[in-house]
Design a protein around this ligand. Structure first.
Ligand code: GAF
Length: 365
């Protein structure tokens, strides 16, 4: 008997996988119409799904044993259910499901770690319901299905970085995405062949994008774009940003403009056949910008970056939405052990792993 059958008394119609992500560079650029460069992680959510006939949404999580969330589909609306089940319901309510739905999620993406655990849930369920109910939809269309679940149902005002990464990344590649026109390029990323590793350090200090800080940054960016008279900060020129009178808006805008430039620089470095070690200082510059101009780092993340660089890393930066979560560190394979030890606080509580660029969402059974 599967875990799904244990909970719901039937077998699932299928199982769909969607990964978490690490973003190489380009942070908070997505809701400013800018560029991003994520890779999908081997860490993923598996969604086992079956349609029902009794009109109920029933959902459970392997990580929350015993807690089955159950409500009539007719009562599913923004904010109801709350908590993790909202990510499932926020996708389900966008499909025609009068008979209801059973969903079991089983994930190993650390939650609140800046590694996109929520998009792994929404994207796995969205792909399942596309396959079962709307085969006419393209995978690209599911980016907005998953984004709406976060923005409109859960109330987290995110951009499209995480959903695009989870749905569109390919194994062995980073995804270079222009979030304005959604054009994209798969950038080969074989750091191991160059003797390098991209280490993730999860500080365990969790965050939530439904909390205030993320939304504040989004509003500040909109205010900065309005002050500059541009549709989005993507369109701002560095000189105009430097001339802004408001110190806070100038620094927010400067982060976006410079991080967009860093994405383009890293893509150029990774595609021109040169030494990928060169991207290290660009990653570190991204951290300094997130720390000083965007002000979303934490003392723990700053310490990881500083100790990693002192221990010989080529570059390091915090990753994701900020206010907690993880850092990425570019390091020689031969220095991996020493750098991994150096970034640990007393007691060694940080979870670490090496990024393996993995496939995007797909059906597994
Ligand atoms: C979070 C959001 F969900 C993304 O849309 C993106 O803005 C990211 O923070 C920062 O780059 O993961």
């Amino acid at each position: 008997m599967t875990a799904f059958a244990d909970v719901f008394g039937t077998e699932p119609e299928g199982v769909w996988l969607a990964p978490g992500r690490a973003n190489v560079i380009g942070e908070h650029t997505d809701y400013n119409d800018g560029y991003v460069l994520p890779v999908a992680l081997p860490h993923r959510v598996l969604a086992s799904v079956a349609r029902r006939t009794d009109g109920l949404l029933r959902t459970a999580s392997v990580q929350q044993p015993g807690a089955v969330v159950e409500l009539p589909m007719t009562e599913v609306r923004a904010g109801n259910p709350a908590g993790w089940a909202g990510y499932v319901a926020g996708v389900a309510e966008q499909f025609d499901l009068p008979g209801g739905l059973s969903v079991l999620v089983d994930g190993d993406v650390p939650a609140g770690a800046g590694l996109s655990s929520s998009a792994a849930v929404t994207c796995s369920v969205a792909l399942a319901l596309r396959d079962l109910l709307r085969p006419d939809l393209a995978v690209e269309d599911l980016v907005d299905v998953a984004r709406r679940a976060e923005n409109d149902f859960v109330g987290a005002p995110t951009g499209i970085l995480d959903q695009s990464a989870s749905l569109l990344c390919e194994a062995g590649h980073a995804l270079f995405l222009d979030t304005r026109d959604r054009s994209r390029q798969q950038v080969p990323l074989d750091l191991a062949a160059a003797g390098l590793a991209l280490l993730v350090v999860d500080t365990g200090h969790t965050h939530s994008h439904a909390d205030g800080g993320y939304g504040d940054r989004r509003r500040e960016c909109e205010a900065a774009a309005a002050a500059l008279g541009v549709p989005a900060l993507r369109d701002a020129a560095v000189d105009d940003v430097e001339g802004m009178a408001d110190d806070l808006l100038r620094r927010r805008a400067r982060h976006i403009v410079t991080d967009n430039a860093r994405v383009l620089e890293v893509v150029r470095m990774l595609t021109d056949g040169g030494d990928p070690r060169a991207i290290g200082p660009v990653l570190t510059a991204g951290h300094v910008s997130l720390r000083d101009d965007f002000e979303i780092s934490t003392p723990e993340l700053d310490a990881v970056v500083a100790t990693a660089l002192t221990a010989g890393a080529h570059g390091a930066r915090m990753v994701g939405g900020g206010f907690g979560g993880s850092a990425i560190v570019l390091v020689e394979t031969g220095d991996l052990e020493a750098v991994t030890a150096a970034v640990q606080p007393a007691g060694g509580s940080y979870r670490t792993f090496v990024v393996v660029p993995s496939p995007g969402a797909h059906r597994v059974a």
